[in-house]
Design a protein around this ligand. Structure first.
Ligand code: ADP
Length: 453
């Protein structure tokens, strides 16, 4: 076994009495491999939580693998959709006590049915919607089916037996098992949830602590949305870069908890609006632009399209490093999309009209993001509504340079807004241009203090 520097691993067992130079760890801790040592199979590593460095034996580690594209990965493998009562009965044979599935009610559209085997028979419990919550007995109420199944797995409550064994729908894989096998399932008992720090479209975001590490936790309660977000999460397991917000893992408990590194300074749009031009100097703006560009260059290199690049989706760490976040719309190059949800002011014309998303449509959005950065978080096309933007941009209109924006930077924006996608520069090229600009501006990362914000 040989691991590259930076490989993320999970420990397979406890090592609580380390000898001099060795690392202390518990089973399930996250470790970053730093270097090979002279001794075969021994690595210098860093504990992701304590930050301590020390030696560790490779046999105590398993690598965290990216979750491969599995469209059938399900948070609810026991959910069989619209099948009839008799079909459910035949699926639950042999009718072992506690074997169960959930189906959509055919007779009462919108309701569900929990089917459980007990004493060689199958009992069907109707699950009603009541005040936006689910219930079987009008005593226990649940936000979603996952919560309900979890409750009756632990408590018999009103039903004839506890739910002991899910009957998976053919062709689905349990997300829980897959996440756990690949090392991305975290333990709810090790998480402390603190104050609410943001509100996403689908769920609130909280600051928290996971085994001593500061984290952000996005909690998605609705099971259908959680299922959709599972895709976002599987994409994130494949991506590692200093300018992409890092996923620590997920927790399946009352919906989905997505645990990422905490970006203490929040989103870039808010940061620039609140600090303004007297606090944030041009050098720092350039540095933010370069940070995002590097993150996007990495996405470009793995052929992933972000589709929702904007200052609100860039987060800033405690030491003022900007990282791209929100891979909700990220997809491998594809032509399909849901037009209604597109962020019009940020989306390239060919993506709006022909759903033609590509790295080059991300470059267009990056140009808008540059405009946001150099205007200190202003809303793009400030005086226009989205319908006007669509029409005017198609006819060739482009935004003016933000106040006091360096001329070279505005030229970069204009390149990103070339009508023809192939005439727009790649992110690699954009990075070179920004680096040049930084050196002309005499702004090396060392010269511009990121911490001062
Ligand atoms: P949306 O679902 O609207 O795309 P998110 O749920 O990703 O938005 O985030 C909403 C807000 O929560 C962000 O704008 C940001 O202020 C905050 N936030 C999200 N993730 C983090 C994080 N890792 N660290 C700090 N703040 C975060």
């Amino acid at each position: 076994m040989s691991w590259a520097v930076g490989t993320q691993c999970v420990t397979k067992k406890d090592h609580t009495k380390p000898k001099c130079g060795e690392l202390l760890y518990h089973k399930g801790d996250l470790i970053t491999v730093l270097n090979k040592t002279m001794k075969e199979g021994v690595y210098l590593s860093r504990h992701n939580t304590t930050g301590e460095e020390g030696l560790i034996n490779a046999t105590d580690l398993k690598e965290r693998k990216a979750i491969q594209e599995t469209p059938n990965l399900s948070l609810m493998p026991w959910f069989h959709g619209k099948i009839s009562g008799p079909e459910a009965v035949s699926k639950l044979q042999p009718a072992q006590d506690g074997l169960f599935l959930v189906r959509e009610s055919i007779r009462h559209p919108g309701d569900y049915v929990l089917c459980v085997a007990v004493s060689a028979k199958v009992i069907h419990y109707r699950v009603f919607y009541h005040d936006n919550k689910l219930t079987i007995d009008h005593q226990q109420f649940f936000y979603n089916l996952i919560d309900m199944v979890e409750f009756y797995s632990k408590n018999k409550g009103f039903i004839a037996t506890r739910l002991l064994k899910p009957k998976p729908k053919t062709g689905t894989k349990s997300a829980e098992i897959e996440l756990s096998k690949t090392g991305w399932l975290l333990d709810i008992n090790k998480l402390t949830v603190g104050e609410r720090i943001g509100e996403g479209e689908f769920g609130a975001v909280y600051a928290g602590d996971y085994m001593g590490q500061k984290v952000a936790v996005k909690i998605i309660k609705c099971d259908v949305t959680a299922q959709a977000f599972l895709r976002e999460t599987t994409v994130m397991t494949k991506l590692q870069h200093k300018n992409l917000v890092r996923l620590l893992g997920v927790i399946l408990n009352r919906g989905l908890h997505i645990v990422t590194e905490l970006m203490e300074k929040g989103n870039l749009a808010n940061l620039l609006r609140s600090r303004g031009r007297w606090v944030v100097r041009v050098g720092q703006l350039l540095q933010f632009a370069l940070d995002v560009c590097e993150g996007m260059e990495y996405l470009e290199s793995v052929k992933l399209v972000h589709r929702d690049l904007a200052a609100r989706n860039v987060l800033v760490s405690d030491n003022s490093v900007a990282k791209v976040s929100d891979f909700g719309l990220t997809k491998v190059h594809s032509k399909t999309s849901d037009n209604a949800k597109l962020p019009i002011k940020w989306t390239a014309p060919e993506a709006l009209t022909k759903q033609n998303f590509s790295t080059k449509s991300d470059v267009w959005s990056y140009g808008i993001l540059l405009w946001e950065i150099f205007s200190y978080g202003r809303q793009p096309y400030p005086t226009m509504n989205v319908a006007e933007v669509k029409e005017m941009v198609e006819a060739g209109y482009r935004m003016e340079a933000p106040e006091d924006c360096p001329a070279d930077l505005y030229s970069v924006m204009r390149l990103c807004w070339e009508q023809e996608p192939r005439r727009r520069p790649s992110f690699q090229k954009l990075r070179h241009k920004l680096e040049q600009e930084m050196s002309q501006n005499n702004t090396s990362p060392a010269a511009c203090s990121r911490r001062a914000l």
